[in-house]
Design a binder for this molecule. Structure first.
Ligand code: ADE
Ligand code: ZN
Length: 335
């Protein structure tokens, strides 16, 4: 089964580039930028990565991102993640980035986007990994601040496919961002949002009804409301589920209690993702491996999850078709 998962062609649809920052690279970049970080060793970092909730994690995650200054820093961070994609048979990835985490510290928007997008271009050529970018607004900041970010992004519109919404969910409902999502859609960006990770089902309703999202990041708490589940199925929206993130942030106590199987049984279109792999103890393949074991998923269910990852990606129809063909050949030869 592990071998089946490792070789399985797949896409990753929920990944924060700042969350891929491995301690080794963090030390290296901190050193070359002459920035002090509050850890003396990789062991100390690992010790600090024990979280009791989303906010607990976010505080440490934003601190880690502080060492990213130059275009090369963003390039190295992104390329290093894309190398991991190639190793894991991730054919396509949709990378979220948080411009405000960096522009707030005086780093220019163009530094961030140029570093990330150059790495994506090189990885497409050298590693055959396809990717696209999701610019995520930080929901703990104001809508006005998100509007500034939208404005800054416009000269780079051709490098960005979608807009997202992340950071502290509780107390920052989707309704806070109606206008900026409307404006983003007018500019041609596809809307997605984190909803129902810590927030209740009403946050998922709002994200669908008020922001018009095309995919739900996490979405676990949609299960609180049967009508919502029916609505998500009716609208054919996928959930980007992140098992190891859920246990690391205590959204789910134990992987054995994870709602994934229940989601699939109800007819929801789920995908498996790593969210912030450097912080939550595993890349996308590790997420597949651990959730398979915990819920005793069959090869057919794993195949279904991988198929959803291509089907519900934001790639062109031609690309999706080619990816799915590759997956089907693999599955027919290995089931
Ligand atoms: N930013 C990075 N990871 C996140 C998560 N799991 N939820 C909300 N915001 C995030
Ligand atoms: Zn996330």
């Amino acid at each position: 089964m592990i071998n089946f998962i490792e070789k399985l062609p797949k896409a990753e649809l929920h990944l924060h580039i700042e969350g891929t920052f491995e301690p080794e690279l963090m030390f290296e970049i901190a050193k070359r930028n002459n920035i002090k970080i509050p850890y003396n060793s990789i062991e100390e970092i690992k010790e600090a990565y024990k979280f009791s909730c989303l906010q607990d994690f976010l505080d440490i995650y934003y601190q880690g991102a502080n060492v990213l200054i130059t275009e090369k820093d963003f390039y190295d961070l992104t390329y290093s993640y894309l190398e991991k994609c190639a190793e894991q048979n991730v054919l396509h990835t949709e990378i979220m980035f948080d411009p405000q985490t960096h522009t707030q510290r005086g780093v220019k928007f163009e530094t961030v986007i140029n570093g990330i997008s150059k790495a994506c271009k090189d990885a497409e050529k050298n590693l055959n990994v396809s990717s696209l970018l999701i610019m995520s607004y930080l929901r703990h900041l104001s809508e006005e601040d998100a509007f500034k970010t939208l404005e800054q992004s416009l000269p780079f519109k051709n490098k960005i496919t979608a807009v997202g919404l992340d950071s502290s969910e509780k107390g920052n409902p989707p309704s806070k961002f109606i206008k900026v999502f409307e404006a983003s859609i007018k500019e041609g960006y596809i809307p997605v949002a984190h909803a129902g990770e810590e927030g209740d089902a009403d946050y998922v309703w709002e994200a669908i009804d008020l922001l018009g999202i095309k995919r739900i990041d996490h979405g676990n708490n949609c299960l609180q409301d049967e009508n919502l589940v029916a609505d998500i199925i009716e609208r054919d929206l996928a959930l980007t589920v992140c098992p190891l993130s859920n246990t690391a942030l205590k959204v789910v106590e134990d992987l054995k209690d994870h709602p994934l199987k229940n989601m699939l049984k109800k007819g929801l279109k789920a995908t498996i993702n790593s969210d912030d792999p450097a912080y939550f103890g595993g890349q996308v393949n590790q997420n597949f491996i651990e959730i398979q074991k915990a819920l005793d998923l069959t090869k057919e269910e794993i195949y279904e999850l991988a198929k959803n990852s291509f089907q519900y990606s934001l790639a062109s129809d031609a690309k999706k078709e080619a990816f799915i063909k590759q997956l089907e050949i693999y599955y027919n030869n290995n089931k």
